[in-house]
Write a protein that binds this ligand. Structure first.
Ligand code: 5GP
Ligand code: MG
Length: 183
């Protein structure tokens, strides 16, 4: 679906499908260059990162292995607490591997801080993070993100994997959700 299919649910479209694809191609070129000659395992964080993984991986010109993790962050309502539980672990053993965690958005950064240190404890050759979106809040946390698509304002966004109550993930664009949808 695209924004025409969701009526007035969006206040505005932040990034169109084309803008997202252009930025992912630039990020992929950087990743190709940085990992040239190395074996790379990209790890998608379910479910939000599904679209980013699919498009970023296909923009790479080198072979890459793909694996997935699902985590749930304990917290009250919409606030993430930093206490994370693994719902689905990696299939792969990552010792001595170059690992790139792929996520769709970093808000507080608590989830990825936890995930990065969890994966780092498994003796990989390296662990880095790529995210399509980052909110300003994340920049106050010590999250070392190597690849960022776009820095966005502190607003609730949906589309391209990002949901509100499991909807809008299949929206092609990314937009700001209108208050009437969640109030
Ligand atoms: P944090 O970085 O705060 O630990 O959590 C990041 C997670 O919060 C993301 O993976 C995503 O599930 C959720 N999240 C944060 N900001 C937004 C947003 O603007 N829209 C949506 N749909 N999810 C968000
Ligand atoms: Mg996520």
């Amino acid at each position: 679906m695209d924004s025409a299919h969701v009526g007035d649910d969006l206040v505005k479209v932040l990034y169109t499908e084309d803008q997202i694809q252009d930025r992912l191609r630039e990020m992929a070129a950087q990743i190709d260059a940085d990992y040239a000659g190395k074996d790379l395992l990209i790890v998608g964080v379910l479910k939000g990162a599904v679209m980013v993984m699919a498009d970023l991986a296909r923009s790479l010109t080198s072979h890459v292995e793909m694996d997935w993790m699902a985590v749930s962050s304990y917290g009250s309502g919409t606030q993430s607490s930093g206490v994370v539980r693994i719902l689905k672990d990696l299939d792969a053993d990552i010792s001595d591997r170059h690992v790139l965690i792929v996520d769709e958005i970093i808000d507080t950064g608590l989830t990825l801080t936890w995930l990065t240190s969890n994966l780092a404890s498994r003796n990989p050759a390296s662990v880095e993070i790529a995210t399509l979106l980052r909110k300003p809040e994340a920049q106050r946390m010590p999250v070392d993100v190597k690849y960022v698509g776009f820095d966005i304002p502190n607003e609730f966004v949906v589309g391209y994997g990002l949901d509100f109550k499991e909807r809008y993930r299949n929206l092609r664009d990314i937009g700001t959700l209108a208050p009437h949808v969640y109030s």
